[in-house]
Design a protein around this ligand. Sequence first.
Ligand code: HEC
Ligand code: HEC
Ligand code: HEC
Ligand code: HEC
Length: 236
Amino acid sequence: MTEEGKMTAHAHMNLGVLIGAACLAVLGAGAASSAEPAQTIVGSPHDLRNLATLGKDADLCAFCHIPKDGDDASPSWNRAAPAGPFEGYSSRNLDGHSGALSGVSAGCLSCHDGATPLDALKDPANIVLVNPGQTMAAAFPDSMAILGRDLGNHHPASISYGAAGAGGASRLNPPSVSGSRVYVVSTSDGAEIPLYGAAPGTVECASCHDPHDNARGKFLRTANTNSALCVACHDM
Ligand code: HEC
Ligand code: HEC
Ligand code: HEC
Ligand code: HEC
């Protein structure tokens, strides 16, 4: 076990200050999910329908995606970019960080910063909140899930997988590539841990978390028992 292996995801990583510029366009394709999002989101912490005036079925996806008739496979992103700036993303060990948060991770923070209104949407017609302009911090004042803007206590996101592999501070398992999909495979349960963009790809929030499926708690792609999630990527 290396020194970093003993750290938890919430251990302070001694990161410096970096500005996160968010550019939210259409999302990159991640790993194909085995379960239907519509079934697994219902009743989970990402089922936010009761915050909307109508709380209709379509609102289940519309907090995050623009509904597209007849195209459930590649929905567009519906959220406006979070204002930022995000801090805590540089350290002497962090070879692979570009200095910006990319689309998928910025998308998570457009709620999880606690400051961006939940109805700051690209297509606002889709959702009318019971309390217009409400932020996650206002809707869930005691939530542990509000990360704020200093991300230094969480595992870094929007970091290149390749720069680290090519002589970075960490030893990483090699990624698999299948068409446009780039991923590592968890040896504990075979789950795919997606990387984003062209190979070798980047680690984003959604590499470790599947926002559609909370079966394992904390929306994790694989349970982190005995650091199983960590060792999917880190070779220790
Ligand atoms: C809390 C935010 C959120 C909600 C709600 C949400 N999604 Fe997503 N969705 C995402 C994010 C983030 C991604 C991209 C990351 C990824 O690869 O999973 C994504 C990607 C997808 C993809 C691309 C394929 C994939 O698995 O990567 C599909 C299809 C999808 N969502 C369908 C849905 C449907 C259908 C609903 C409603 C039943 C829904 N989503 C609700 C956040 C959300
Ligand atoms: C539309 C707003 C929104 C977006 C976008 C969103 N979340 Fe959430 N998330 C929430 C809310 C609200 C909660 C529940 C807070 C509570 O109940 O304390 C939550 C809860 C969570 C939790 C805690 C679940 C648990 O079991 O306690 C995790 C982990 C999480 N989100 C990760 C993510 C990740 C990663 C992304 C991006 C891929 C994302 N979220 C995108 C609103 C959002
Ligand atoms: C390398 C994997 C990894 C990445 C990348 C990652 N997380 Fe996490 N995250 C975890 C793990 C593991 C936990 C559970 C830790 C625990 O149970 O104490 C967690 C917990 C959380 C929680 C729940 C906090 C709580 O106590 O309820 C939220 C919210 C969250 N992550 C959001 C994010 C967001 C947003 C990003 C991107 C900016 C992100 N995560 C990136 C692995 C990751
Ligand atoms: C999806 C792949 C992936 C997963 C899963 C993952 N990591 Fe990482 N981790 C990385 C990459 C890539 C880096 C950047 C390495 C570099 O630049 O040298 C990194 C860096 C780190 C660092 C150094 C951060 C710094 O400040 O320099 C620590 C500590 C770490 N990971 C711990 C963990 C732990 C603990 C887990 C399990 C909760 C985990 N990692 C899961 C890919 C991953």
